[in-house]
Design a protein. Sequence first.
Length: 281
Amino acid sequence: RAKDAGRRAYRFFETEMESRLRNRRELEVDLRQAMVTGEFEIFYQPIVSLATGHISGVEALLRWRHPREGLKLPGSFVPLCEEIGLIVPLGDWVVRQACRDVAWLSDHLGIAINLSSVQFKQHGIVSTVTQALSHANLDPARLELEITESVLLLESEETLDALHQLRDIGVRISMDDFGTGYSSLSYLRRFPFDRIKIDRSFIQGVEAQADCRAIIRAVSSLGTDLGIDTTAEGVETKEQLRALIDEGVTEVQGFLFSRPVPLDEIRTLLVNSGDMVGAAA
Ligand code: C2E
Ligand code: MG
Ligand code: MG
Ligand code: MG
């Protein structure tokens, strides 16, 4: 009897694994197809300057309009894209498209684009960015590339080289999800970042948890001392906004101002939005 149960458990385990593998294979087939048929879209979320109260830029956030499953978030497909290398052509597409979109949208707004560490392993990133800027006729100073510590974890000279080359052409480099990694502070020494994006988890705790507030205060003053901008991600409430104003971060971003929206909606928002901080607080 114990043997039967064992065998059943084993069989169950096997089918679990099989079905997970099958799902993965199906997702992979769907992703490659999506690349060919153009099912990817870019949504944009405004970034609001606390100095002016106005939208200073937008962050490009990838979406997949799946033919059967509807709109999918990057968390459900970017990791597999990274594993199978598809993130390189897909990420290149995001860079080109987002540069074109923002050039069309405005003559001064900034554009922030997320890059995967895999895009740095493949070497083409500097020429992809250079070409995208020139095709869109976009001032490099308007482009900001967001990387997470996984990029610096590569510890490769080539990666640091690429980051320096990008910075030399006038592109800005931000450290995304600051505070979630193992040694965020040490990365600030390894590369001269232009911006720190304080992870949403700290913003969520800013009112109730004294430690979150202390950390935000410290990062914000570190930014001031180093001459680095500090953006608070995931601002959802007025109370959070007020605390962030008090702690002196330079930009805010979150559902309180707007969710990520398609390009035409961001255009409408830009026309109608004045002082977003005054309106929200
Ligand atoms: P991220 O770069 O840290 O982007 C911020 C995420 O927080 C976005 O999720 C955004 O929709 C969400 N967010 C913004 N404001 C709020 C808020 O007030 N509350 C809450 N709960 N969430 C908020 P999203 O769009 O699902 O993207 C998740 C991650 O996927 C991004 O995190 C980024 O790491 C990655 N990603 C997005 N687009 C790309 C891309 O084009 N290439 C690569 N390699 N990664 C991307
Ligand atoms: Mg980001
Ligand atoms: Mg982030
Ligand atoms: Mg994140």
